[in-house]
Design a protein around this ligand. Structure first.
Ligand code: C2O
Ligand code: CU
Length: 604
């Protein structure tokens, strides 16, 4: 299936754009068709349910929206309001949807995090997500209850610049590529395994997917098979299929020669760090996590779970051929074939396999290469705010793996996050005493802790504490990586902050020392992001303004890690929050106080 049929814009040449603009002008004359006025509301009616699908040519249960997997792409303009009426059609599970990268200013209850911003939506019930998309960029949405993201509950969310505004770069057409990984084992089995004694790890994914399409265990035989014009090539696990009628056939990006295309990449991966590349084509990185960056060219790029990038690709190669687009595993010893898509130079037949093999994914453990890429990302001058010179508070978060009551957990400063039954937003707003652990969580970890030595940390516990931040204060967080349970193993994590973007001030190796490392913080052009990687045995420092009243998750975006407790909760200015809808808090200790809540809002 051609990408254009999926609702994404195909290659549009420059003269064509002019025609489209002309039509837009004509349409604007009719008042019933407001094209992109900032106050417009876009309505969606969604049903979440399981369907049978074969995303990697193997049939499985997939969590879909309106029968679609991945879910429908949302496309809006900056300043518009989205109104998503979500009905839970799962038979026995609650559900919520998080709008990853959207800051939810003034609507913290619409952030879609179960136990933090709202109660899970029960089977049969409907919840309305209504919020503003205030900033152009590449985003996505996904389930945020249990490990439902890994069950396939995700889709793209693209915000265009407001009418009359311009992106700081030009392109002729664009494609959205949502990357993910896929298991044949159900999410329920994965969750139970991770919470069992003895521990059962989920293992490596069976497949990697691009827009929900991958091929389980198919490998391209090198040389001859790839070069043949057959629609099928044969590998150890069976033939790779390029015919196009299977659900798992690769995504085709139809392009014209000598044009520039914007590829919007986002990773909804559960576990895998990915490397993205297109055979023979350079990629110019222009956007990261919904913020413009100083353009830089690469042959490939690493993308961690929760990140998004826009890259510009110029179709300047031999137009007689098609080319492979690939995503492969990095950061873990890979045991999964690359995901492939095809860059189809028109008028070549779309499903003709490319003559040259797919790009080779760089070695999985070449972290210096990954670090070099991270350090290339800088804010675009004049298009993003600079950080305050100083912060009001510094929180250092030690990331460790350990056992608590026989269970394998991830802990932050020795606390493994266990979400409460009452959403934090409600229990903080209504000052409930017994909804979560009231003691303030630790701001740092013991001086004598050796980050290179494997745990156990005997003091590790399970808890639900909250970091209370002063509204409008500037907060620094240093994520400190350490050894996992096994000797000489430190894992990659990608940390995501809800409700805010942060400036990435720096990365370092070994233990963070304020005196030595703060002097090297980048305060000139640090990129604004919402997700950032922490390398093995390294640290990453971020700064943000606590300027968004609400309760916000800050967690590792690796789905099994979050399930094992790898997260914290920040809250600021919750007393200022007005208008929490009743349906958002109809559970736990706030289930019976709907009326009081409404009165409180009115009376304040
Ligand atoms: Cu995309 Cu809390 O996650
Ligand atoms: Cu992690």
């Amino acid at each position: 299936m051609e990408l254009s049929l999926l609702g994404c814009s195909p290659g549009v040449s420059r003269p064509f754009t002019m025609i489209v603009n002309f039509i837009a002008v004509l349409l604007l004359i009719q008042p019933s068709l407001p094209l992109g006025s900032g106050s417009m509301t876009r309505h969606f009616k969604w049903e979440v349910g399981y369907v049978f699908r074969s995303p990697d040519c193997v049939e499985n249960l997939v969590m879909a929206i309106n029968g679609q997997f991945p879910g429908p792409t949302i496309r809006a303009k900056a300043g518009e309001t989205l109104h998503v009426e979500l009905t839970n059609k799962l038979y026995t599970e609650g559900v919520v949807i998080h709008w990853h990268g959207i800051r939810q200013f003034g609507t913290p209850w619409a952030d879609g995090t179960a136990s933090i911003s709202q109660c899970a939506i029960n089977p049969g019930e409907t919840f309305v997500y209504r919020f503003k998309v205030d900033k152009a960029g590449t985003y996505f949405y996904h389930g945020h209850y249990g490990m439902q993201r890994a069950a396939g509950l995700y889709g793209s969310l693209i915000v265009d610049v407001a009418e009359g505004e311009k992106e700081p770069f030009d392109y002729d057409g664009e494609f959205s590529l949502l990357l993910s990984d896929w298991w044949h084992k159900s999410v329920h089995e994965q969750e139970v395994g991770l919470s069992s004694v003895p521990f059962r790890w989920i293992g490596e994914p069976q497949s990697l997917l691009i827009n929900g399409r991958g091929q389980y265990n198919c490998s391209l035989a090198s040389g001859s098979a790839v070069a043949s014009s057959n629609a099928t090539t044969t590998g150890r696990g069976g033939p790779c299929r390029f015919l196009g009628h299977e659900e798992c056939a690769p995504q085709i990006l139809g392009v014209l020669p000598n044009r520039t295309y914007r590829l919007r990449l986002a990773s909804a991966a559960s576990l895998s760090s990915l490397n993205f590349a297109v055979t023979s084509h350079r990629l110019v990185v222009v956007e990261a996590d919904g913020n413009y960056v100083q353009p830089f060219a690469v042959d490939d790029l690493d993308i961690y779970s929760g990140e998004s990038y826009s890259v510009l690709l110029t179709t300047d190669q031999d137009p007689a051929a098609n080319y492979f687009i690939s995503a492969g595993v990095r950061g873990r010893q890979p045991n999964t074939t690359q995901a492939l898509a095809i860059l189809n130079y028109k008028p070549n037949p779309p499903f003709r396999p490319p003559p040259s093999p797919p790009p080779v994914t760089p070695r999985w453990d070449d972290y210096s290469r990954s670090r070099r890429f991270s350090l290339k990302v800088h804010a675009l001058a004049g298009r993003s705010p600079k950080p305050p010179r100083k912060s009001d508070r510094q929180i250092i978060l030690l990331n460790t793996q350990n056992t608590v009551h026989g269970l394998v957990k991830w802990s932050i400063n020795n606390i493994s996050l266990a979400l409460p039954t009452t959403p934090y937003l409600a229990s903080i707003k209504y000052q409930l005493k017994h909804a979560f652990d009231r003691a303030p969580p630790p701001e740092r970890f013991p001086e004598n802790y050796n980050i290179t030595r494997p745990p156990p940390n005997p003091n590790s516990t399970v808890g639900s504490q909250v970091y209370r931040l002063r509204l409008n204060s500037t907060v620094d967080v240093v994520l400190q990586n350490a050894n996992a349970m096994k000797g000489n193993v430190s894992e990659i994590h990608s940390w995501h902050l809800h409700g805010h973007d942060f400036w990435v001030l720096g990365y370092g190796e070994g233990r963070f020392t304020a005196a030595k490392d703060e002097g090297h913080f980048n305060l000139e052009d640090p990129p604004l992001k919402n997700t950032v990687v922490v390398y093995p045995y390294g640290w990453t420092a971020v700064r943000f303004a606590a300027d968004n009243p609400g309760a916000w998750a800050f967690h590792c975006h690796v789905e099994p890690h979050l399930h094992m407790g790898m997260g914290v909760v920040f809250a600021e200015g919750v007393h200022r929050v007005r208008g929490i809808p009743r349906e958002a808090i109809a559970c736990g200790l706030t289930a019976g106080m709907k009326k009081a809540a409404a009165e409180d809002d009115a009376g304040n």
